[in-house]
Design a protein. Structure first.
Length: 191
């Protein structure tokens, strides 16, 4: 193990009944890298991500996240990353700004710090003009961008995205990738 790796996956295997979902997978992701896992439907991408994020335990092998073991040090591992893909967490009755401030407060920021970080993220994700709109007026792409902004309010060192641009139009896709590239310049590892 070296300190330059954000993620080390070593020989992991996962079986559901008789079906092998992940078969002896190993890879490493360096700090500050953008790493993509590609494969056809059912290849085991989401299952692999669930093991790395401690939501599922592998049958064999081990995984280190910023040097912490996903099985024996799961709570420490969970402090290292944010995960997006499910936008269940954002509240439809609140504005974009209010959602960001609430999540900032949940991450322990003061009210003033939460507001200033929220303002910064709204700018990064091209949502400044929609800051006070309630989410029921948001398009699907705007919601996804807000979801990504919310997941970043605690400045995670690693960000996991499961199919972040699926279902988005080409212009919104480009905006997402521009936002993701900007994160990398700020030192986040994206998987
Ligand atoms: N909880 C589960 N119980 C049983 N089988 C599962 C479970 N989760 C995943 N599988 C099976 O494991 C295999 C890998 O699924 P997984 O969701 O990891 O694929 P994926 O690469 O993310 O696919 P997609 O591109 O469709 O999202 C599939 O055959 C799937 O049916
Ligand atoms: Mg999947």
């Amino acid at each position: 193990m070296t300190n330059d790796n954000a993620i080390e996956v070593v020989g992991i295997q996962k079986q559901f009944g008789t079906q092998v979902a992940v078969d002896d997978v190993s890879f490493t992701v360096g700090k500050g890298e953008v790493f993509g896992l590609l494969g056809p439907n059912g290849a085991g991408k989401t299952t692999t991500l669930r093991m790395i994020t401690t939501l599922l335990r592998q049958d064999q092998g081990h995984i280190l996240v910023n040097g912490f073991d996903t099985v024996t040090q799961a709570p420490r591992v969970r402090q290292q990353f944010a995960l997006t893909g499910q936008n269940a967490s954002i509240d439809q009755d609140l504005s974009a700004m209010e959602n960001l401030v609430i999540f900032g407060r949940l991450h322990g920021l003061t009210r003033a710090d939460a507001r200033s970080r929220a303002t910064e993220l709204l700018g990064d994700f091209d949502l400044t003009n929609s800051a006070s709109k309630s989410l029921d007026q948001f398009s699907g792409g705007m919601r996804r961008r807000l979801d990504l902004a919310v997941s970043l309010i605690g400045n995670p060192s690693i960000l996991f995205l499961d199919e972040p641009t699926t279902g988005l139009d080409p212009r919104t896709r480009t905006q997402m990738w521009t936002a993701i590239r900007r994160l990398v310049q700020h030192g986040t590892t994206v998987y």
